[in-house]
Design a protein around this ligand. Structure first.
Ligand code: SF4
Length: 291
């Protein structure tokens, strides 16, 4: 296939053997973990968990990624379309409230084929870096129930420095507008599980609270009523060498961004301090990583 699935639009040739695009992914699916996951936001995980499918590879590849083995180095196991359909069935049988496709953009055609074989009777969640093209998101319209995009960087300089993506904000903001157009205002079950909607995540980075505040302002203006998950879990990972990103955020930095979110009266979630730990990185590519 000649790939234009993400905003990089490399037109890379992806074959069974490999790919020459930015993500270096082959045509077939590589997956690093398929298992219950309890640590997403309450409307996604609920009490029983979300059935989390961690796809290998990433179209953004942030320098500080805490899952770099799978996002930068593409660690994972090959899975066929029927195998993915069977895995989703097992997750549903295990009582998952939702099914989450995590950094799955390079595999949209295969996921649609798997969903044609088996459509889980629970909400389907698209967990994304936010770096999406509107054309690819339109392929998911009417299929994905809940979008869970990150909104990471406001300036071209930070998009370029952290992810070689100076157009990050431009693409992510268009993408989030499209997600909100498709799913509308959030809807929930009586137990608080989101059945339709968009939930935007923002990870505060050290020394960059002004970017965080600008992004929260954008959300307030452009996505009113859409919940925000404010994340304080940043720890330097992947031997990140970018100046300033070599430490966790301080309490003062967190409070500055949190207070701005409260001032804007944005609905959503504030992450616990204990979440800034490598203990929350799941186990990938082991036998026990797969249901
Ligand atoms: S998914 Fe990969 S190969 Fe396809 S356009 Fe994006 S980076 Fe390039």
């Amino acid at each position: 296939m000649e790939c234009t699935l993400c905003p990089r639009k490399c037109r890379a040739i992806r074959t069974a053997e490999g790919g020459n695009g930015f993500c270096h992914l082959p045509e077939g699916m590589l997956i690093a973990r398929i298992a219950p996951h309890l640590w997403e936001e309450p409307p996604i995980s609920g009490a029983n968990g979300t059935g989390a499918i961690f796809f290998s590879g990433c179209t953004l590849r942030c320098a500080y990624c805490q899952n770099a083995d799978i996002s930068h180095r593409n660690a994972g196991r090959p899975l066929t379309v029927p195998e993915l359909a069977d895995a989703m069935r097992r997750l549903v049988d295990a009582g998952m409230h939702t099914i989450s496709f995590i950094t799955a953009t390079p595999y949209v055609p295969q996921i649609l084929q798997a969903l044609a074989l088996y459509r889980p009777p629970v909400p389907l969640v698209w967990n994304s870096s936010g770096y999406e093209s509107v054309e690819t998101l339109r392929m998911l319209e009417g299929v994905i129930d809940v979008y869970l995009p990150d909104l990471k960087h406001r300036s071209e300089a930070m998009g370029r420095l952290c992810a070689k993506a100076p157009d990050y904000f431009e693409r992510a903001s268009e993408g989030i507008r499209e997600m909100v157009r498709q799913t509308g205002v959030p809807r929930y079950t009586e137990d608080g599980i989101m059945t339709r909607g968009t939930l935007i995540r923002h990870l505060i980075l050290p020394g960059l609270t002004s970017e965080s505040i600008a992004l929260l302002d954008w959300i307030a203006e452009n996505a009113p009523g859409i919940p925000v998950s404010l994340m304080r879990q940043y720890i330097p990972c992947n031997n990140v060498s970018i100046k300033g990103l070599d430490r966790p955020i301080t309490e003062r930095e967190y409070r500055r961004v949190r207070d701005h979110m409260l001032l804007l009266d944005l609905p959503g979630f504030l992450q616990e301090e204990a979440s800034a730990s490598a203990d929350f990185v799941p186990l990938f590519c082991q036998d026990e990583s797969f249901v």
